[in-house]
Design a protein around this ligand. Structure first.
Ligand code: SF4
Length: 414
């Protein structure tokens, strides 16, 4: 098979991985010699480097052959897709060619499992090793690893990569048993724990002045949302564990998208995309706003409100804690006010040392007054308790209802 055809198949097969947010988007191209830009041949996506820069990556699978049968995956062994496999040398060549043409700044490499986990991991390592040692490639490399591979191989992969990840896929073993019977949460967590220890060791050596240490600086994972009956509380509890115990840099929530010839165990429809967005917002609240999972969701409400962002939903459930005084409230309390972000709160803490804050100061900080007013007292504003207690407060924040367009059957033939 021609390299181009392999690239088309294996880049398409990689698009279901959420670690590169723009993958799967329809792109223009300038391969006919007309126009400028749109370098994007198959497989080029954007991701974020550890320092926050947006970078272009060649995102491919080494192969979409797989001996596992994860029901949600288009590459599962029972799937009827066209298969292809790169050799390690081909991926190296593509990476270097694209890099030299300035199409990409790095490589995101994943793979279906061929023969067994160790065999596959060795092939993935072979690509990274050749790039680093033979070609002195200094671009970004993200390697997806396999929890069932031997710890020594995962450690070697981490030495060549900038970022390493293992996909958890589903938040509970119960769900894995149904949809990915070959996978085990315990095994995945053990692998994540070992990676975390090695990341800590490498970071300690860097701190002690060892400039030569070559090791990934973080790990991440992905979970699929909406392929099983797991609630948002299940996802957030799992993420809490991953951030706390495994120092995960990111948990990516990827809305399940129906695949061709799907397994009968999967839902017919994708979940609403807003669910993925709400999970990211809740995840953000846990990481940067001091919220605990049990505050965002409770056993009685195990799923996020799709109509309101989770901080606003929390504030509406906890109205007794408001309004708060912008002049005296602690940072932790201000961070819980709907409409105030981390940067706003830090600016408010600086400014209030010198002046009594008024609504106009909030406007200057680009805070949405409509959102913040019912929850915050300023020098010139004291929200009415009547509004705070009223049922109308929630309605005030709901999206405006839209009237659907009328459809006349004759429109269909125009
Ligand atoms: S192991 Fe990975 S590639 Fe193989 S079927 Fe499962 S999710 Fe797909």
């Amino acid at each position: 098979m021609q390299l181009d055809s392999k690239l088309a198949i294996l880049a398409d097969a990689a698009k279901y991985d959420a670690s590169c947010a723009s993958s799967g988007a329809v792109r223009g191209n300038s391969r006919d010699g007309k126009g400028v830009g749109s370098t994007g041949g198959a497989g080029i996506c954007h991701s974020y480097a550890p320092d926050g820069r947006c970078i272009s990556l060649l995102k491919v699978l080494l192969t979409n052959l797989c001996i596992y049968d994860c029901h949600y995956c288009i590459n599962r062994r029972s799937s009827n897709v066209r298969r292809a496999a790169f050799t390690a040398a081909e991926v190296v060549k593509l990476t270097l060619d694209f890099y030299k043409r300035n199409y990409i700044e790095g490589l995101f490499l994943s793979s279906g499992i061929i023969r067994n986990a160790d065999y596959t991991m060795e092939m993935v390592i072979d690509v990274a090793r050749t790039l680093r040692e033979v070609h002195d490639f200094r671009g970004y490399i993200h390697l997806k690893t396999i929890p069932e591979a031997s710890p020594e191989l995962i450690e070697i992969a981490a030495r060549y990569a900038d970022r390493i990840s293992i996909n958890l896929e589903l938040p509970t073993q119960k769900s894995l048993d149904v949809l990915a019977p070959e996978k085990s949460i315990v095994r995945t967590q053990q692998a994540m724990g070992r990676i975390r220890n090695k990341l800590d060791e490498a970071s300690e050596r860097r701190k002690n002045g060892d400039k030569k240490v070559r090791h990934a600086t973080g790990q991440s994972t992905q979970v699929i949302v909406g392929a099983d009956a797991s609630t948002d509380a299940d996802f957030l509890a799992r993420s809490d564990d991953l951030y706390g115990n495994y120092k995960m840099r990111r948990v990516y929530y990827s809305a399940f998208s129906p695949i061709p010839e799907p397994s009968s165990l999967l839902p017919m429809k994708a979940p609403p995309l807003i669910r993925e967005h709400r999970l990211y917002q809740a995840d953000w609240l846990m990481r940067f706003y001091g919220f605990k999972t049990g505050e965002i969701l409770t056993p009685e409400t195990p799923n996020l409100d799709l109509e309101l962002d989770p901080k606003l939903a929390w504030a509406l459930r906890n109205r007794q804690d408001f309004p708060v005084d912008i002049q005296t409230a602690t940072r932790e309390v201000l961070l819980r006010v709907p409409g105030l972000g981390v940067r706003n709160v830090d600016r408010i803490l600086q400014i209030r040392r010198f002046t009594r804050l008024r609504l106009t100061d909030l406007v200057r900080l680009r805070v949405s007054l409509a959102k913040v007013q019912p929850f915050l007292m300023t020098a010139d504003h004291n929200p009415s308790n009547l509004l705070l207690d009223s049922d109308a407060l929630r309605a005030r924040y709901l999206p405006k209802p839209k009237q659907l367009e009328l459809f006349f059957p004759s429109d269909a033939v125009r």
